[in-house]
Design a protein around this ligand. Structure first.
Ligand code: ATP
Ligand code: LTN
Length: 325
């Protein structure tokens, strides 16, 4: 069984892009060698309210359980509970170059948005690499937007191994074929995102049925009127087709053939989303009634993760010449 690791930030609300691009695959791939992490340190790279981060971390852990991760099968934990993430990140910062970091498109996009650009936003992908290396990860299930970060991660592993001796496993990204980049329903040229404020263009995981139906009905399409899967030429329609295809494990081209009108397509997209999200919302409501259970489970997850992480960190520190304590 391959060692699997992935992470998600506790900033903002979970949306169907997170679900189709990442979480659904986390659930499918979970095994007792899989670790899933609430990356709270990554959330600090943008302007955040401390109370929101705290609340968001627990709520996100609840969300991971609600989508179907089973803590008896995989390990679920919070990044800051395992101090080796930040410690290994520093070692790796001393191997990455400034040019490599400033070339990252996510850094370029996000640094344009705010009025200050903090160091953590620049070094964000290095912390992500540390997350991955600590557990000798082989496979990282992520959405399409993380491809560039994964490429840098592989470069850092190879560079470290060449310079300091075989230390890290070189990981592979696992990106779904369809719905790996779910687009904003109001602006289908932009990815659906937690941090971009586009409430009408974003279907949140816990939206009720009426809200989901309204957002899908108002989704931007085009004036051509033909249902066809064409990501470049018809991004709005292609996005709806991919959402429906992913939910039914089908090919979007085959799905397109079944529809004559945008209206019928939208009805079915809304229906499929409502059906998929309802049980998740119900489980989340149940879990929120007893947060102490979730916290206990996160503590157990951090213990398990910490044991592995300390071994890899010690190996990397020794390889770079740090004197053992
Ligand atoms: P941000 O708004 O800060 O970019 P986000 O919504 O991308 O946040 P993350 O925590 O960064 O959320 O990502 C969690 C996982 O969800 C990642 O694997 C990411 O690739 C995936 N993901 C995020 N947005 C989408 C999307 N629109 N379509 C498909 N996958 C996505
Ligand atoms: N950068 C990722 C979140 C993330 C991650 C990771 C994903 C942080 N550490 C390790 C996979 C593996 C994002 O989705 N924005």
């Amino acid at each position: 069984m391959a060692r699997i690791f992935s992470g998600i930030q506790p900033s903002g609300q979970l949306h169907i892009g997170n679900y189709l691009g990442a979480l659904r695959n986390w659930v499918r791939e979970q095994n007792d060698d899989a670790l899933y992490c609430v990356v709270d340190l990554h959330a600090l790279t943008e302007d955040v309210d401390p109370a929101e981060v705290r609340r968001g971390s627990l709520e996100l852990a609840v969300g991971l359980l609600a989508v179907g991760l089973d803590p008896e099968v995989c390990t679920i934990f919070v990044q800051s509970h395992v101090p080796e993430h930040a410690r290994l990140s520093w070692l790796l910062e001393c191997t990455v170059t400034y040019g490599e970091l400033t070339r990252m498109t996510q850094f370029k996009d996000k640094s344009k948005r705010g009025d200050v650009v903090r160091g953590g936003l620049l070094t964000y992908p290095v912390l992500m690499a540390a997350d991955i290396f600590l557990y000798n990860t082989e496979v990282v299930p992520v959405g399409d937007d993380q491809r560039q970060h994964m490429e840098l991660t592989r470069v850092l592993a190879e560079r470290f191994n060449n310079r300091f001796g075989e230390t890290f496993v070189v990981p592979e990204a696992m990106v779904p074929t369809f719905a790996a980049r779910v687009m904003d329903l109001q602006d289908p040229t932009r990815k659906m995102s937690k941090s971009e404020l586009s409430p009408q263009g974003t279907v949140n995981m816990y939206d009720d049925a009426d809200t989901v139906a309204r957002k899908v009905r108002r989704a931007v399409t085009d004036t051509d009127g033909e249902v066809r899967w064409d990501r470049e030429g018809k991004p709005g329609v292609a996005n709806l087709l991919e959402i429906l295809a992913a939910l039914g494990d089908e090919d979007p081209k085959a799905v397109a053939e079944r529809y004559e009108t945008y209206g019928a397509l939208k009805d079915d997209v809304a229906g499929a989303l409502i059906e998929a999200l309802a049980p998740i919302r119900a489980r989340r409501d149940e879990l929120l009634e007893d947060p102490a259970v979730v916290r206990a489970l996160l503590a157990r997850g951090a213990d398990r993760a910490g044991e592995m992480a300390s071994v890899t960190y010690a190996r990397a520190a020794a390889a770079m010449g740090l004197l053992a304590p």
